[in-house]
Design a protein around this ligand. Structure first.
Ligand code: AMP
Ligand code: MG
Length: 513
């Protein structure tokens, strides 16, 4: 097992001067050294060959004890010094101060086609663990492992998953925060990204008026991820902010396209590269409901509901703009970048929605057609994934019937409402003058056939808790080709079953993980 280690993060950025691992406030530093704990009986449940290869592992490495020890934190790769990153964040709209990698430990960076950081989630305490244990349980680890890969293959920018392992230790969790704590199997996900730098990584230094560390991180970000920009240059910092805006818009438009609800869009969970990061109580829309949030902690205000995600993206960018202002001291370019968020989102969202219904050349009137589509989608419960997939080959609205949960008595009325829209839609497609086969092909390339429905993860978790890991593998395989017909796995192209509607883990999730 030979990797091309290149630890730029630890060699180029200010370190915590205290080498000991105890919970504390860390000043003037981007990271603290932190060693993963040894686990009782590590066991590899799944490894991702594609990501492994990208990092420079050979296929035979994945079967070795050395690999298992590495991805469970039981052995440190030679000449590396694992570390936890310092960051802060706004949680549910309030500044929360220092947060940091409380249960994530970065092992190292490798240089292959790009530079990648390998990070373990659930490998023990760090100086940022606050009152928690630094561990993760199997259910949340299965969810993170599968979802990051599902998102990648859907074409959504995201961190990736390298491996899923059991630690062999038991972890105490009060899943519903109702005083019923129980022991659950501990697990560790090894995840990968070009960078785990977050909005909150910058915010923490601005909040402390620590311009030196903020500048160091800003320059580091430019050097490694935006090399066309200039270090120590205010205009470049403003340009960097614009690029973060652009990347964030793109990511959120993708989320809306596939029906993904992140659930905890705190600024510490926003990647500076515009990647989806930190898969906690996320969820996928079954029925199209813009007001839906999977996160029980957010059930009162539903701040992070599906339909609100674009606005929250902007809110989070406002917080980041304030941070950048600490160094640029010029509000104008930052304000312009923020203003561009709205226009970019409107344009890209309309293009995206039009693409979902097969319109390749959107015009102004299409916004009205899309609006009435959304009104209809909300009229009765309508499965979002099924609807858009069926629409590609539908010649009348009745062809989409499988997507609807229509009570018998409302069927006639609902279909009549839909018929009006469908006729306008057909007229619009005629104007486009594109062969039907091409429309179908293009629609199927943006409307996934298979997504990681909430109940699917839960089935995989239930089985895994009984030591049956086959469903993890089945879903992993299924979701590698989410846009393709997979007749042998057609059973996953179906509405959520009734039993899943109000079941914990299938329709609502807590942050406890
Ligand atoms: P999250 O809501 O998962 O983004 O986490 C918010 C903050 O809490 C981050 O600083 C996490 O690292 C930290 N955190 C979450 N769970 C744990 C845990 N079990 N042990 C230590 N820190 C945690
Ligand atoms: Mg987080």
């Amino acid at each position: 097992m030979k990797l091309n280690i290149q630890n730029t993060f630890t060699s180029e950025l200010p370190a915590d001067s205290n080498p000991n691992n105890f919970t504390r406030q860390v000043d003037n530093a981007c990271y603290s050294l932190a060693t993963p704990i040894n686990t009782k009986a590590p066991k590899l449940l799944h490894a991702n060959k594609e990501v492994a290869k990208q990092l420079g592992f050979e296929e035979k490495d994945l079967k070795t004890q050395e690999f298992l020890n590495l991805v469970t934190g039981n052995q440190i790769y030679p000449n590396t010094a694992p570390y936890a990153m310092c960051y802060g964040g706004h949680q549910f709209g309030n500044w929360a101060g220092q947060l940091g990698d409380g249960r994530a430990i970065n092992l190292f960076q490798v240089q292959t086609d790009a530079s990648y950081t390998l990070q373990l989630k659930g490998a023990g305490k760090t100086p940022y663990s606050r009152t928690a244990d630094g561990l993760a349980v199997l259910r949340s680890s299965v969810r993170e492992y599968l979802c990051a890969e599902a998102m990648h293959h859907l074409g959504v920018p995201t961190t990736r998953s390298l491996s899923l392992s059991l630690s062999g230790d038991q972890v105490l969790r009060d899943m519903l925060y109702n005083g019923n704590a129980t022991y659950e199997p501990g697990a560790i996900v090894a995840r990968v990204s070009e960078s785990f730098i977050r909005f909150g990584s910058f915010q923490i230094f601005a909040s402390r008026n620590d311009k030196a560390t903020l500048g160091a991180l800003m320059n580091y970000t430019i050097r490694h991820y935006f090399p066309h920009l200039t270090e120590n240059d205010k205009d470049s910092y403003a340009q960097l902010f614009q690029e973060v805006v652009n990347a964030t818009v793109k990511m959120i438009v993708h989320w809306q396209r596939v029906g993904f609800v992140h659930g905890v869009m705190n600024t510490d969970n926003m990647s500076i590269l515009g990647q989806t990061i930190d898969y906690g109580p996320y969820g996928w829309l079954d029925n199209y409901d813009p007001d839906w949030t999977p996160n029980t902690t957010d059930s009162q205000n539903r701040r992070y509901r599906y339909g609100q995600q674009p606005n929250i993206g902007l809110w989070n960018l406002y917080q980041l703009a304030n941070t950048f202002y600490t160094l640029t001291e010029d509000a104008k370019p930052l304000e312009e970048a923020l203003a561009s968020y709205k226009t970019q989102f409107e344009t890209q969202n309309l293009e995206m929605m039009c693409a979902k219904i097969g319109i390749q050349h959107p015009n102004k009137q299409d916004a009205i057609l899309i609006q009435s589509l959304e009104t209809n989608l909300k009229r009765v419960e309508t499965d979002m994934t099924l609807f858009f997939r069926l629409l590609a080959t539908a010649s009348q609205i009745e062809d989409c019937l499988e997507a609807f949960y229509i009570p018998e008595e409302l069927k006639g009325e609902t279909l009549t409402e839909w018929q009006v829209w469908f006729e306008q839609y057909q007229q619009r497609l005629i104007q486009e003058n594109i062969p039907k086969e091409e429309i179908i092909e293009k629609m199927n390339a943006v409307n996934p056939k298979y997504v990681l429905r909430n109940y699917m993860s839960q089935l995989a978790i239930d089985a895994a808790e009984e030591s049956d890991y086959s469903l993890i593998d089945e879903l992993y395989t299924l979701l590698q080709n989410p846009y393709d017909e997979q007749p042998e796995l057609q059973k996953w192209f179906a509405k959520r079953p009734d039993w899943a509607k109000n079941k914990v883990g299938c329709s609502m999730l807590s942050c406890s993980s």
